[in-house]
Design a binder for this molecule. Sequence first.
Ligand code: FES
Length: 139
Amino acid sequence: MTLAGNNGGKQGHYYLLSEKTPSGKFEMPQLIFLPHEEICPEGAVIQAETGATICDAALQNGIPIEHACEKSCACTTCHVIIREGFESLADADEAEEDLLDKAWGLEPESRLSCQAKVANEDLVIEIPKYTINMVSENH
Ligand code: FES
């Protein structure tokens, strides 16, 4: 686990990014993206504000996750699988659940990244190898 540099002015004490600081505030959670051949070959670790969608946080940090319907919950190209921290996210609504059923490589921890909002826990995120668009174009 990476440690935050914010030590509150005290030498030698660091807080985990997702822990509360003495002021009672959460640090910005970390989003850890696992490597994806085309979108982020090396993987990436970014920080996101609580309440931001995973898709927006990724795009703002140079991770070009697909979002064919412009984040309006009408495609599945922004599908991600939450490998750690899934339970911290608010439940998917019905529209998201219905769409997810059509996503390539659906798993129990699948979410549409344009709908899932970062809570106050770190997340480990896998971008599936294919989106439904790629499957229909290339296969
Ligand atoms: S970008 Fe289309 S559902 Fe997320």
